[in-house]
Design a protein around this ligand. Structure first.
Ligand code: CP
Length: 341
């Protein structure tokens, strides 16, 4: 019945979580599941042999850049990348249009991150190959939302629950956090989701996203008191104050440390086995300490399961966009090296 709504992945740009329906998300997740033996290095595939990814990160990144690059390598492709504007001819005044026209002649697919909202869309319009949004300013981070949702699904399944009916607390910088923006949008596709929005008053979630909640079946409330919002949820999703989006460090500094979670707060306020997530990086400097290291041994801390899932989701996106999801088995072999993943 919903099949006609499914998006065409082949050759498509992946720019916003808005482009997905539930059936598309299910396709990405089932493809991710099928890729586990390759991510775990139990099997090797060369299905993308000869293909080139341009991994263009004009803004800092650790996990998005490396996991997209590793995902492409695991599928057998080659990766060319750049980090920072200063290392490219954008610093000499070249336009995004020219950069895109040129780079798309060198590659089969491009992942791009940039500090300006809307820049990846502009880049994609000029590109001759598919472009994946690796994060554009304070706007969106669609692959992060997909890996977050995949993690939520897996964590809930282990407790015999599903995403429909999810209760989640989103905490921190909800104004500028692009991972939160994309996650909120995708949660609107599910039934009876409750979202507790916990942020300093000046860093509330944008009204446009709250409007989407009202148009779907998501219910929400807002507070600036972390202890009020974390007591009856399945998932706590912490975020970092996005200091790079503020006019100065003294401005962002006003909000640092206001929203912190540690084992004591967790034990005192949360239901047993509440899952703790964070898109990372967490700001571990003493004035921020948003997710205390004393939670590191808490088995409900899912942050590294999230990052591992990022590899699977990004492999799935490449497979679907480049149309090789059903050809992987044809080019597999056993690994030759020691692996205990
Ligand atoms: N979650 C995330 O986008 O991390 P990086 O900035 O390290 O890529």
């Amino acid at each position: 019945m919903l099949e006609w709504l499914a998006m065409e992945f082949l050759g498509s740009h992946i720019l916003s979580i808005d482009q997905f329906e539930r059936t598309d998300i299910e396709k990405i997740f089932s493809t991710s599941d099928s890729l586990v033996p390759y991510a775990k290095r139990e099997r090797i595939t060369r299905v993308l042999q000869g293909a080139i990814l341009s991994n263009m990160f004009f803004e800092p990144s650790t996990r998005t850049r490396i996991s997209f690059g590793s995902a492409f390598n695991i599928l057998g492709g080659e990766v060319r990348e750049t980090t920072g504007i200063e290392a490219t001819s954008l610093a000499k005044g070249e336009s995004l249009y020219d950069t895109s026209r040129v780079l798309s002649g060198y590659s089969d697919i491009i992942v791009m991150r940039h500090h300006e909202a809307g820049s990846v869309n502009e880049f994609a319009e000029a590109s001759r190959v598919p472009v994946i949004n690796g994060g554009d300013g304070d706007n969106e981070h669609p692959s992060q939302a997909l890996l977050d949702l995949y993690t939520i699904k897996k964590e809930l399944e282990s407790k015999n629950k599903s995403i429909d009916g999810l209760r989640i607390a989103l905490i921190g910088d909800l104004k500028y956090g692009r991972a939160v923006h994309s996650l909120c949008k995708v949660l609107c596709l599910y039934q009876n989701v409750t979202i507790n929005l916990i942020s300093p008053k000046k860093l509330k979630l944008p009204s446009s996203i709250k409007k989407s909640f009202k148009e779907s079946s998501v219910s929400f409330f807002e507070t600036d008191d972390i202890t009020k919002g974390i007591s009856e949820v399945d998932i706590i999703y912490m975020t970092r104050i996005q200091e790079e989006r503020f006019s100065s460090k003294s401005e962002s500094g006003k909000y640092k440390g206001l929203m912190s979670l540690n084992q004591e707060i967790y034990t005192k306020n949360c239901e047993p086995n509440t899952i703790i997530m964070h898109p990372l990086p967490r700001d571990s400097r003493p004035d921020a300490n948003e997710l205390d290291p004393d939670l590191n041994q808490n088995p409900n801390l899912a942050i590294y399961r999230q990052t591992d899932n990022g590899l699977l989701i990004r492999m799935a996106l490449f497979s679907l966009v480049l149309g090789v999801q059903n050809k992987i088995e044809e080019s597999t072999s056993n690994v030759a090296w020691f692996s205990n993943k």
